[in-house]
Each structure stands twice: as structure tokens, then as C-alpha cells.
Design a protein around this ligand. Structure first.
Ligand SMILES: [Zn+2]
Length: 403
């Protein structure tokens, strides 16, 4: 007969109710209010006094966790990733592929497609985010340059027809065929995201007109101001900061961006147009140490170089290549990103929560059922303490993780 969370501070996150009450029946929220809310006596009470309650976190860019990667292409690996991120408060995620030979991408998509019919446990798998292979070589980052290519119409039509699980695609719109690709994604209602792109400001405007509306991991894999014959050409970075029409996402693990840049992005975009993503690899949830991940020697640690803006607290891990030349991806879960927005970037808690819930829901077109605690919405909730340690994660009315 349902249950209710009582005594905690509730972030809807458009409002803060302290103390607040959230009532769940089956897979939906049926009521949210302050302590005066009348709750039927047959409803089981769960006391969360001293804790925070918010919508479950929505991570629209996840490659792995718990030692597993989406590219393994198996339901076991997807299950391990879903369970790992549920422990960090994530209730909804997009399994993100990497630039690879086509058959490997297809294998990963097959596993995702299959897992959508059979509940995995842990965070709910919402679908796939195709990150690559249609990227600009100069902005490849950690994407394998061998397999980069221009958008290939017959190839992507076949992928999009075969795998309706694809909900989001990152691509470089300035490549030959890039705008046509954007129009195809728009026609199908798939989120088209500018990523690993070397576009100029003018090319970003064309991309917007062709249906691209989001920008993948701001500051990573994108052009910024370049000079040509004395003249300055703005790039994807400046276009993203400037244009209200574009939404973006940031990897707020404290390593990929220092606090100053996190604050700059929020100042330019507002918390309604930038969400946080983990972009996590298999190292998420593993703790510090040396690992072999996807054939690479990786070290997971919380060290930062001398002179960096902040000393990060213990537990703020990142994955680096063994020689520490470059990041190998984030090792974060969503609760850590929310903590960083508050503790490093100085955001009010309710705004930080918004960037992990309501904002990604709106970016992905899910705001009719996710990202907000209100009657009629899916009962996806997270309970966490003042150190952002997750106490309980609820997915569609079921407790999937409890500390
Ligand atoms: Zn990327």
C-alpha cells in the first residue's frame, strides 16, 4: 500500500520543504508537501530525519562503473554498472558507447536494446548514447582516432533503424554530412549533441538550425578561439557559453574542471541549461589503485598537481593514464558531483540538485515523468546525508540500494 518518506529536507528541486513529506504508491509519487500533509494511516512511514530527499539523479553520459564498461556488450556488465551508479544516487542513465569498429558498437547496442526489456536492477537504463565515431580528429580526446569517420548516411540509418534504444548522439556537425545527420536525428526525436567538434561559431549556428541542441562535456573535446590572418574565430566553447538555445553538461568531478570554470559555466548558462554528468568509466566505484581498463594501465587517485585551484577532499577520485599525462575518464558517481557543486563551486544545495535531476530530465525530454518530486511523476528518489553519502536509492517505487 505504498510508503512515505517523512522528516527529511525535501528538494523538489524547484522548492525546498523542510521538513517535507513524499508519498509513493506503486511506481509513482502521489503527494509531496510539508509536515502538515495528511497521509493515510495505512501508508508505511520511513523516517529520514536529518537527511536530504531529492529526485533520483539522472546521468546522461556514463561509460562504465564497478569495473565494467558498456562496450563489453553484455547484460552482466550493464547490470554491474547500473548497481554501481545506484549506490551514488543515480536512478536513470544512458549507456554511452565509444568510437570503435562498427561491429563492436553494434554488439554494445544489442546488449542495451535487450536490457531495456528485462529490468537490470540498480539504476534504470533509459537507452543508449552513441558517442562517436563521427568526430573531428583534432578533438578526438580519449576517443580512438583509428576509427573516426565522417557521418555515413547508410551506416547511421541502419543503426538508428535497428536500435530504437538510441536516445542521444554526440557528433561533430562541421564534418561533411554532419548537418544532414543532425536533421535525421531531429526527425526521429533523438537528442543531437555537438561533441568532439572543431566547429567555428558560424558552424555552430548552422548546427543549431539543423537540430543540434546540446553540447557534450563542455571544455573537453571542443574548439575555442582561434586566430586566422589576425582575426579571431570563436569556437564551440564560446558558442556554448553565449547561446541560450544550447544546453550543455559538465563533468563536475573537481579534476576535469577547476572550481573557477565550473562557476563560469553556471554563470553563463544558469542551472536550467547545464547539467552534470559523470562521463564515468569502469573505474567508478572502485576506489584508489592501479587497474587494467579496456587494455590501458590506469591509476585511480585523488592527487592534484601543485598550484591547482583546490585541494580536493579524500575520495574525490579520477582515473588517469599510468604516466599521469591525461585523464582516462571520471571515476565519479553523481552524488560526488553534487557535493562538488556545493563544496567547490559554492552553489546552493537546491541548485546543485537541480543540475543533477530536473535539468537533465528537461534536456533529454523526460520532464513529463522524471527529475521532479510532484504528484504523477515516477517514484525515483534518493536520500543522502550532509556529506552527500547516499543512504537510499528508490527506482520506480522500489528500494534498489540501502546503506
Ligand atoms: Zn567524450
Amino acid at each position: 500500500m505504498g510508503f512515505c518518506l517523512v522528516g527529511g529536507t525535501v528538494f523538489t528541486p524547484l522548492r525546498t520543504l523542510s521538513p517535507g513529506v513524499a508519498v509513493v504508491e506503486e511506481d509513482r509519487i502521489i503527494a509531496v508537501g510539508d509536515e502538515h500533509l495528511k497521509v493515510g494511516s495505512s501508508v508505511r512511514e520511513i523516517d529520514v530525519s536529518g537527511f536530504y530527499v531529492s529526485p533520483g539523479f539522472i546521468d546522461i553520459h556514463v561509460h562504465g562503473g564497478g569495473g565494467h564498461d558498456v562496450m563489453e556488450g553484455s547484460s552482466e556488465s550493464l547490470k554491474a554498472i547500473a548497481e554501481t551508479h545506484a549506490r551514488g544516487g543515480t536512478t536513470t542513465w544512458l549507456a554511452t558507447t565509444l568510437t570503435a569498429p562498427l561491429d563492436q558498437i553494434q554488439k554494445a547496442l544489442q546488449a542495451i536494446e535487450k536490457a531495456m526489456d528485462t529490468p537490470l536492477g540498480g539504476a534504470k537504463l533509459l537507452g543508449a548514447h552513441l558517442e562517436g565515431p563521427y568526430f573531428h580528429p583534432e578533438q578526438a580526446g580519449a576517443q580512438n582516432p583509428t576509427y573516426l569517420k565522417h557521418p555515413d548516411l547508410s551506416e547511421y540509418k541502419e543503426l538508428l533503424d535497428s536500435f530504437p534504444c538510441i536516445k542521444r548522439v554526440s557528433a561533430a556537425p562541421e564534418l561533411p554530412g554532419g548537418l544532414e545527420f543532425g536533421r535525421e536525428l531531429r526527425r526521429r526525436g533523438i537528442l543531437a549533441s555537438i561533441g568532439h567538434s572543431n566547429a567555428t561559431y558560424q558552424q555552430v549556428l548552422e548546427a543549431l538550425e539543423a537540430g543540434f541542441s546540446h553540447v557534450t562535456h563542455i571544455y573537453s573535446g571542443m574548439s575555442s578561439v582561434r586566430r586566422f590572418k589576425a582575426y579571431r574565430f570563436a569556437g564551440v566553447l564560446e558558442a556554448t557559453l553565449l547561446l541560450n538555445e544550447l544546453t550543455t553538461e559538465m563533468i563536475a568531478d573537481g579534476h576535469h574542471l577547476p572550481p573557477s570554470l565550473m562557476r563560469l559555466v553556471v554563470k553563463a548558462k544558469g542551472t536550467e541549461r547545464v547539467c552534470v554528468v559523470t562521463d564515468a568509466i569502469a573505474a567508478a566505484g572502485l576506489g584508489p589503485g592501479r587497474y587494467q581498463l579496456g587494455g590501458l594501465d590506469v591509476v585511480v587517485e585523488d592527487e592534484v598537481p601543485d598550484g591547482y585551484e583546490v585541494h580536493l577532499s579524500k575520495g574525490n577520485y579520477v582515473a588517469k593514464l599510468a604516466d599521469r599525462r591525461a585523464f582516462a575518464g571520471s571515476a565519479a558517481t553523481m552524488n560526488m558531483l553534487v557535493r562538488n557543486l556545493v563544496n567547490l563551486a559554492g552553489l546552493p544545495l537546491v541548485e546543485a540538485v537541480k543540475m543533477a535531476t530536473w535539468t537533465p530530465a528537461r534536456i533529454l525530454g523526460l520532464s513529463h515523468e522524471k527529475g521532479l518530486l510532484a504528484p504523477g511523476m515516477k517514484a525515483d528518489l534518493v536520500v543522502f546525508d550532509e556529506t552527500f553519502d547516499v543512504q537510499m536509492t528508490i527506482v520506480e517505487g522500489k528500494i534498489v540500494y540501502q546503506k
